[in-house]
Design a binder for this molecule. Structure first.
Ligand code: PMP
Length: 389
């Protein structure tokens, strides 16, 4: 049975139906539980049953040439083909234990390709906080996080070629990031959020180095499945080597589950899906309505402002798609509200401070990807803060 500690956030009691009074709205983190209701409503889809003898070996099967189960990489390619968000034909794909592992795998491998010096790793603020945190935590002797990209070749800092990390859509702002001018080295495009429920798909991206994650497609973040799509064979081999040295591959159960989930998504958009709504349509509706409600709250006063996102024609939906971002990137406008995180906390909202993303603490990031009850709590609390004089 369900014990109290397994209740959803802000609920308690023997059947988890009692809401905890004054429970803070924890909208830090990026846990994608907004997708859970879809899988509950379609509980017959995507399930896997695993016999005890299944795939015990480190190798996917005897004398397997790769680390991956048959069909896993094919499912990734088919999913991209369905959505039309990325070119994968003729590209190499490496899977990792979440794209988190691959962020470092790519940075490490690019630094190996640029041997003989400490490669600078850069990201333009606001950048996904893990780029800095992970890179600094692992304290490598062959690369170093240095912050803002330097666009001038042969620059004063003498950095030369830099490894640049770009999330597009960006985390935290969800802006699409165009190819920067005057880059002086390889660019890693993290397309974690380039899926139609989160942003309009305007083209199939075809960058040299691209990262994706199951976490933000189907929402199965706990399965820890991510993948890199690369053009360069040498980089591909270095990425494979990294994943082998680091974790001897990726959990076979996770690969199996991911394959099944991706096949389910693909099937839900093909003939004979018995009229069920696919996850992209269903989740877009939810996130778009959250965004619209948030905008209305923010516009009700001048205390806060939100990033500006525009509708665009989505090639996957075949129509103009309204913004449906995963995060609100809030700016505190009042002179005295210099610490936007503290302002949020005073109203019972836990966010992530602008400084984590290399920005000012006048900004705070709030996730819109959690459960509906958390969003409702956030909306009510933010409305109160906006109205405060
Ligand atoms: N990249 C970006 C931009 C993210 O926001 C996240 C998750 N918050 C990740 C990568 C990591 O995702 P995972 O390790 O779950 O694949």
């Amino acid at each position: 049975g369900t014990t109290a500690c397994e209740c959803h956030e802000c609920f308690t009691g023997p059947d988890c139906s009692v809401s905890i009074p004054d429970c803070f709205a924890n909208v830090d983190g990026g846990d994608p539980l907004v997708f859970e209701p879809y899988w509950r409503e379609n509980a017959d889809l995507g399930a896997v049953v695993i016999p005890s003898w299944y795939r015990m070996s480190y190798a996917p099967h005897d004398s397997a040439p790769t680390l991956y189960l048959d069909g896993f990489i094919a499912a990734i390619k088919d999913l991209h083909a369905l959505v039309g968000n990325a070119v994968t034909a003729g590209r190499y794909i490496v899977a990792g234990t979440g794209s988190m592992q691959l962020i470092n795998a790519v940075v490490h491998s690019l630094a190996l390709q640029d041997a003989g010096r400490v490669s600078p790793v850069v990201a333009k603020a606001p950048f996904y906080n893990a780029y800095q945190e992970q890179t600094e935590y692992l304290a490598s002797s062959i690369y170093k996080f240095v912050g803002e990209p330097d666009r001038v070749k042969g620059n004063a800092k003498g950095q030369g070629s830099q490894i640049e990390l770009i999330a597009s859509p960006n985390n935290p702002s969800f802006q699409i990031q165009e190819v920067p001018l005057n880059v002086t080295g390889p660019v890693v495009y993290d397309h974690a959020y380039y899926w139609p429920h989160l942003t309009p798909i305007t083209k199939a991206v075809d960058n040299d180095i691209m990262l994706f994650t199951l976490s933000k497609v189907t929402g199965h973040a706990g399965s820890r499945i991510g993948w890199a799509v690369v053009k360069d064979f040498d980089l591909y081999q270095k990425l494979q080597a990294y994943v082998k040295v680091d974790t001897i591959g990726v959990s076979h159960e996770a690969q199996l589950r991911a394959t099944q989930l991706m096949r389910t998504v693909i099937k839900s958009y093909s003939e004979g899906n018995s009229g069920r709504k696919g996850i992209f349509h269903s989740s877009h509706d939810v996130l778009q309505s959250r965004w619209a409600r948030l905008q209305a709250i923010v516009k009700s006063s001048s205390r806060f402002s939100l990033q500006e996102l525009k509708p665009a024609y989505c090639t996957f939906f075949g129509q103009i798609s309204d913004p449906s971002p995963g995060y609100a990137w809030i700016h505190c406008n009042r002179e005295e509200d210099k610490d936007c995180l503290a302002v949020m906390l005073s109203g019972g909202i836990i966010g992530r401070p602008g400084s984590s993303f290399g920005s000012s603490d006048r900004y705070v990031r709030l996730t819109l990807l959690k459960r509906q009850s958390i969003f409702e709590n956030l909306a009510a609390r933010l409305a109160k803060l906006a109205a405060q004089t």
